[in-house]
Write a protein that binds this ligand. Structure first.
Ligand code: GDP
Length: 422
């Protein structure tokens, strides 16, 4: 059975642990969108691996890992990640890591263009990670990007980069940001490409053969549904399709190659960066931060926290075709006495079950809450669904009913063993 794992909120849902849990039985682990702005932490054999572009299967000996055509690759960043992971004793061979020849390349100048855009937007800034992901995808859609395959023709690449540097410098100079020299950009990128090119191949037939041969494929989603370029809280979104459809367009496998869609969400909601967050709650934020939870892994910045929002989850379950929910961080609510679940948005007196598209309506959306009793007991040692306190099960059952998808997994702690399969 082939599975996609998608985040249902704004990222940071704990996809890494669910991916890790399912990687064990997978033959192929595949990334289909995003860039090194994503990332998660996998702990295995007592070693902590921080992965951004490398699929999680890389830390296993006999799994094939694919970076699909829908991903944008920062060659310098990927080389550093490979070196760091190899330094932890992981071998990364061309047999183990396949990179699509159609994947687009993030150039050093894309990162500065990201910064320039944020400066230009001022108070309307998106809050991007400034890794150049948005500008690289913009070049792709603009039909001016470079793909991994292009680097087999250095003269063509040099000419394209020279052209792109002139355009970029024009913009960067306007914002007093560092400008680029084409020769230096080429030197940096070509050096990185020497390490990467042995991995670059046409991944489409490889994946199709694996599918036809009945191999188990795992599609590792990055970011979350509310950051999807089409279904997210536009314009506060990322530049790719983070939802299930992205697994197809980002790999060249058709929809019928995927039978299971696991949607990962926290038992509450968190968000970093700018944009709407109707169920944000100061009390819950202070409580979770007080427990030392919900600080950004790389930035250390506190995430905004709020009540579970089933308006968002309902749409996320629809667009991802979620067959199983994986609810993580249930343990975060262990000690809270009374819990709220948002069931709809009241906008000007009418209750809406789904999120709006209009930005002004987001600003006027007032969450409608249902109140549920907390369980006020420790769930971190529970290994079976039946072990969970009745109030915790009632909370999960209500969540599932409101979202229209059954709960397949529950996370009660960061450890791999703290994952309950329902
Ligand atoms: P991703 O961005 O969705 O891939 O999120 P990560 O996989 O990086 O998860 C963020 C953090 O949450 C990691 O440190 C995980 O160990 C931790 N985590 C995941 N699931 C749970 C859970 O059920 N309970 C607790 N307490 N922590 C969890």
């Amino acid at each position: 059975m082939n599975t996609i794992i998608a985040g249902l909120q704004w990222g940071d849902e704990g996809k890494g642990k669910i991916v890790d849990y399912l990687t064990e039985s997978a033959d192929f682990v595949i990334r289909s969108q995003g860039g090194n702005n994503a990332g998660h932490t996998v702990v295995a054999h007592g070693v902590k691996y921080i992965l951004h572009l490398l699929p999680s299967g890389i830390i296993w000996d006999h799994k094939t890992n694919v970076i699909g055509n829908g991903v944008v690759i920062d060659p310098v960043g990927l080389c550093q990640e490979i070196a760091r992971t190899e330094g932890q004793g992981v071998s990364i061979t061309p047999e183990k890591l396949l990179i699509s020849d159609r994947a687009h390349v993030v150039l050093p100048l894309h990162k500065e263009l990201d910064a320039a855009r944020e400066v230009a937007l001022g108070e309307h800034k998106i809050g991007t990670t400034k890794r150049g992901i948005g500008p690289a995808y913009a070049d792709k859609i603009n039909r001016s990007g470079l793909r991994m395959a292009d680097f087999t023709d250095p003269d063509y690449v040099r000419e394209r980069i020279a052209h792109r540097v002139v355009e970029a410098n024009d913009i960067l100079a306007r914002y007093d940001l560092p400008t680029f020299e084409a020769a230096a950009v080429c030197a940096e990128v070509f050096t990185a490409m020497e390490r990467l090119l042995p991995h670059v191949t046409n991944t489409i037939p490889v994946l199709h053969e694996a599918w036809k041969a009945g191999k188990t494929l795992l599609f590792e989603g990055a970011q979350g549904t509310l950051l999807d370029i089409d279904f997210g809280t536009y314009p506060f979104v990322t530049s790719s399709n983070t939802t299930a459809g992205g697994a197809c367009t980002g790999t060249g496998l058709p929809p019928m190659a995927i039978q299971r869609s696991i949607g990962v969400c926290k038992a509450y909601t968190t968000r970093v960066g700018s944009g709407p967050f109707p169920t944000c709650d100061e009390g819950l934020s202070a409580y979770l931060h007080g427990l030392g939870r919900e600080f950004g892994a790389t930035t250390g910045r506190p995430r905004g926290c709020g009540w579970l929002d089933t308006v968002l989850l309902r749409m996320a379950c629809m667009v991802n075709g979620v067959t199983h929910l994986a609810v993580t961080n249930l343990d975060g609510l262990d000690a809270y006495d009374t819990l709220q679940i948002c069931t709809g948005y009241d906008i000007d007196g009418t209750v809406h079950p789904l999120p709006p598209a209009r930005r002004d309506l987001w600003d006027r959306a007032v969450p409608v809450y249902e109140t549920l009793p907390g369980w006020q007991s420790d769930t971190t040692a529970c290994t079976r669904y039946e072990d969970l306190p009745p109030a915790a099960r009632a909370y999960l059952d209500r969540l599932a009913a409101l979202c229209g998808a059954p709960v397949g997994f529950v996370g009660v702690g960061p450890d791999r063993a703290q994952t309950i399969a329902v």
